[in-house]
Design a protein around this ligand. Structure first.
Ligand SMILES: *Cc1c(COP(=O)(O)O)cnc(C)c1O
Length: 389
């Protein structure tokens, strides 16, 4: 008789990651480069706060790596999204399209601006926004009047769409970009999970007017906490920098602030950590691909479950590896989660879709049945860089 389903999944995970002595986290950081040296330098010189050379260096290196003109470092990815959305013109009462299946920060960033999240469905190929389904939906409910898009059901303006690259897998951006042009929508990419992920050969984050990265402790590289706004629009980058530095005008001694700004800067000590991490990013990405390859091989042997692989048009950073249970096995998801978590293998379901959360249950949404099905069937499995060595 074959082993129980849960045991087969545990075995496949262990085959891929090899023997492990301790509890295996979902994604833990690795500090094996110049982290200590750079952080120590900040402390030794006293340059720990948001002004300092590591912030400038980090911004330049992030821009270089991602292929954008400018990167503005901020204190977390949520702040990057909030400021990005504000700068593309999202105002109080506007609707912003976003996947129902995302981390809560995407919706929160919109809420901070007193705008309204409007949830759209995902597709199986990318786990992200389904361009065709969303376009058909907009054909039904949206109308362009004097260059602006309106929801004919709610009367509100639809200002923007925030595609999110789920677990690092690139969304199909070209058709989304065409849809944005047709419907006069701004695009802000939530690229929080996709540093090192490419769409048709170009780094993600270049299709939106701007996009947001996160360097939280569980992301591909970390600054402890941190984020960045990416953009090719110099004026937008300058405004982002200004707004996130409490909107203070440069002057030798005078405190003058020209609007209500934010204190969203990234401290130099965090940027120092980021510079050291960035030096190792290419090797991290190789390790992550190797781990994904091993998972793919191990799960090829297990029936009724599939290892999720990058879409054909993209190169994923495989930030978080994922398996998808067959539809008729979705009732087993929690048994699998219990088995692996009880045996020191940290695993998680996908995020509960946004419209299932109390603060977002009344937000407008289309049919999001694919997002709901992904939520019932998906399990994230251990993905730390060191596991792929
Ligand atoms: C991590 C993440 C964020 C937010 O980043 P923080 O740095 O934690 O604020 C936003 N969106 C998605 C999809 C994320 O995974």
């Amino acid at each position: 008789m074959s082993k129980p389903f849960e045991a087969q999944i545990e075995e496949a995970v262990r085959t891929a990651i090899g023997p492990q002595e301790e509890f295996v986290a979902l994604h833990e950081p690795t500090f094996k480069g110049n982290e200590w040296e750079y952080v120590k330098e900040c402390i030794d010189t006293g340059w720990v706060s948001p002004v300092g050379s590591y912030v400038d260096q980090f911004e330049e290196q992030i821009a270089d790596f991602t292929g954008v003109e400018r990167a503005v470092a901020v204190n977390n990815g949520t702040a990057a999204l909030e400021v990005g959305l504000r700068l593309v013109g999202v105002e109080e009462g506007d609707e912003v399209l976003m996947p129902a299946l995302t981390f809560v920060a995407t919706a929160n960033a919109v809420s901070y601006l007193r705008a309204v999240p409007h949830f759209v469905d995902s597709e199986w190929k990318t786990l992200g926004v389904d361009p065709e389904k969303v376009e058909n939906y907009l054909d039904d409910i949206a109308e362009v009047r004097s260059g602006e898009c309106y929801n004919t059901k709610t009367g509100r303006r639809i200002r923007a769409i925030v595609p999110m690259h789920t677990f690092g897998h690139p969304v199909d951006l070209d058709p989304l970009k065409d849809m944005c042009d047709q419907y006069h929508l701004e695009m802000v990419e939530d690229a929080a999970e996709s540093l090192g992920s490419f769409y048709k050969g170009e780094h993600t984050g270049q299709w939106g007017r701007c996009s947001a990265l996160s360097f939280n402790g569980n992301k591909t590289i970390t600054t402890g906490g941190g984020g960045a706004i990416l953009t090719d629009d110099e004026a937008l980058a300058d405004r982002a920098k200004h707004l996130t530095k409490v909107a203070k005008n440069d002057h030798q001694w005078e405190y003058h602030h020209d609007t209500v700004g934010y204190n969203y800067r990234l401290p130099n000590i965090n940027a120092a950590l980021g510079c050291a991490q960035l030096e190792q990013l290419p090797s991290y990405l190789e390790n992550k691909r190797e781990l994904a390859r091993r998972y793919g091989k191990a799960f090829a042997e297990v029936e009724r479950v599939n290892f999720f692989e990058e879409p054909p048009f993209g190169r994923s950073n495989y930030w978080l590896n994922a398996i998808l249970l067959d539809g008729n096995q979705e009732g087993r998801r929690d048994d699998v989660l219990a088995r692996l978590n009880d045996n020191d293998l940290m695993t998680r379901p996908a995020w509960k879709p946004m419209h299932k959360l109390p603060m977002y249950e009344d937000c407008p949404r289309m049919d999001v049945s694919v997002a709901e099905s992904i939520y019932r069937r998906l399990i994230n499995i251990p993905s730390s860089v060191f596991l792929g060595r």
